[in-house]
Write a protein that binds this ligand. Sequence first.
Ligand code: DCP
Length: 130
Amino acid sequence: MNVCVVVAAAIVVDGRLLLAQRRRPAALDGLWELPGGKVEPGETPTDALRRELREELDIETEAGERIGVEVPLADGLVLRAYLTEIVSGIPRALDHAAIGWFSAAELPAVDLVPNDRMWLPDLERALRAS
Ligand code: DCP
């Protein structure tokens, strides 16, 4: 069976995690997420992540290890996160309302999209280890 994957990036620089604030759909408007999107036919998940981050944040990246559990979404999609390095560029919000950088201490108070909340302990651990 072909499970459709949504990929998301955990980008940590100088002890802070990059989050992006969604505009849509209405239910997620204003909430913060690990940036990413759906894997398109013919793409590997890490290809898709590279493309999404180029499209959404204007950066070139390299996906590394997985972080956190795979989260089942509606419609047979699964959501998965990768620790990701910026290779070049300075991230800017081309599609999101804003981007922000958050420390481990700040993270629990951020209005994350519900799915990404599952990764909170893993993200805090990665931030504290960085
Ligand atoms: N999602 C999530 N957490 C993330 C990234 C995505 O919960 N860190 C969810 C939100 C959506 C689904 O995954 O329900 C697909 O994400 P996007 O809408 O961001 O994906 P695309 O940009 O590929 O979708 P489209 O091309 O349809 O706009």
